[in-house]
Design a protein around this ligand. Sequence first.
Ligand SMILES: Cc1cc2nc3c(=O)[nH]c(=O)nc-3n(C[C@H](O)[C@H](O)[C@H](O)COP(=O)(O)OP(=O)(O)OC[C@H]3O[C@@H](n4cnc5c(N)ncnc54)[C@H](O)[C@@H]3O)c2cc1C
Length: 435
Amino acid sequence: MVGMALACSLANMPLTNQLNVAIIDSNPALLSGACIKKEEPPDPRVSTVTPATIAFFKDVGAWKYVEQHRHAYFGKMQVWDYTGLGYTRYNARDVNKEVLGCVVENKVLHKSLLSCLQSAATQQKIYPFRLSSMTMQTSSSSTPHGSLARLDLSDGNSLHAKLVVGADGSKSRVKELAGISSTGWKYSQNAIICTIEHTEENQCAWQRFLPNGPIALLPIGDKFSNIVWTMNPEESSTRKSMSEVEFVKEINRALDDGYGPRPTSQQFGGKSPFSLLTTDTTISTNEGFEVPPKVTRLASERMVFPLSLNHANSYALKRDVLIGDAAHTVHPLAGQGVNMGFGDALSLAKVIAEGIAVGSEIGEVSLLRRYESERKPANLAMMAILDGFQKAYSVDFGPLNVLRAAAFQGAQYISPLKRSIISYASGEKRFPLFS
Ligand SMILES: Cc1cc2nc3c(=O)[nH]c(=O)nc-3n(C[C@H](O)[C@H](O)[C@H](O)COP(=O)(O)OP(=O)(O)OC[C@H]3O[C@@H](n4cnc5c(N)ncnc54)[C@H](O)[C@@H]3O)c2cc1C
């Protein structure tokens, strides 16, 4: 998705649309064009995309294709935890926006970017193969391609390029072949994802923090929702193999009063616990707690993903740059991973255009470092926040439970804090409280 987004962005700018771009990906969807049938239930692999990503897709001309397929905008979100001590409801109205985000199947995002590329009259070619090896040739190399990078593909052919962009995911072969090291750890948590059905359409994004990890219920259009449920590996193998009836029962428990009571809207006598600390004008409108819609059946297979955090120590070398999950992999608890990647794609496309404008070589490390210096701090800040959340919500300890509840209540009642959280999660550049 992220590599295709970069190709679309390059195809969309006058300074870069003359570049010869080769897209190397063994994903069969690239050639078949992945026929998407509306009558089929949604695929469980979905992404919550932020308003910043939607704006990026609109700019490059890909969002109109997303709109031709199933997608679900949402304007409300409720986050709470199993202790029943607190909850927060976010509303797009709090930040004068129409939506907080949109849930889209990954295959729809991919297909939309592909359609966008195919409609652009540019020099793009798709190579449906695996990258096997990569060599950076020096200017003294006695080859007709001078100091270009040489890429060997699984069909036996080779390509030469001024710049190689590694957009090949968390197990990036480009990163490995370039010898770029990374820092990270496994979470000893897995996520089970699946599509489920309700009796009515769900229009809100829900997330409840349970003792072993969060469960999210995301609208995906019609009467379907997507489940992303984080838990320890033993639980995930039990829940993957249990009967559908049992599994649906477990989901409904996890989203309601399993593990602990529902929070009540009147915990503080209907008053903000922060009313002594803040003026009335900073108090957010208090929306009451709601119980998510019941799940009636499972509408897809259950898929399990191990979770980890990983960050490349460098994003840019001469002729080589990393974007998306190849540069950073995060916990999915806030649905930020691919949005960070789209931010990389936008930034790199602009840096390449700026380089061309002043006559720089696009593989020059000094140019590519400008992309790195823009994206690394932003990605590291987001990674630190997500990792902090993951850790804070992995501990069941009385005083910490109360602190977490206070954080929920703070976000629920203090408008500036709530607005800051929403705008940061929406893809705005900095956490406004820090600026
Ligand atoms: C359970 C779960 C839920 C998530 N939910 C969200 C969400 O709601 N919102 C969000 O923003 N993010 C979410 N994410 C994260 C998101 O899925 C990733 O950030 C995203 O897929 C990264 O996109 P990418 O294009 O960088 O890499 P990938 O999607 O991994 O794509 C890499 C591509 O490279 C190709 N490739 C790999 N190696 C080679 C090779 N050697 N040769 C040729 N091609 C190769 C692959 O075929 C693939 O097409 C979630 C992740 C998980 C695990």
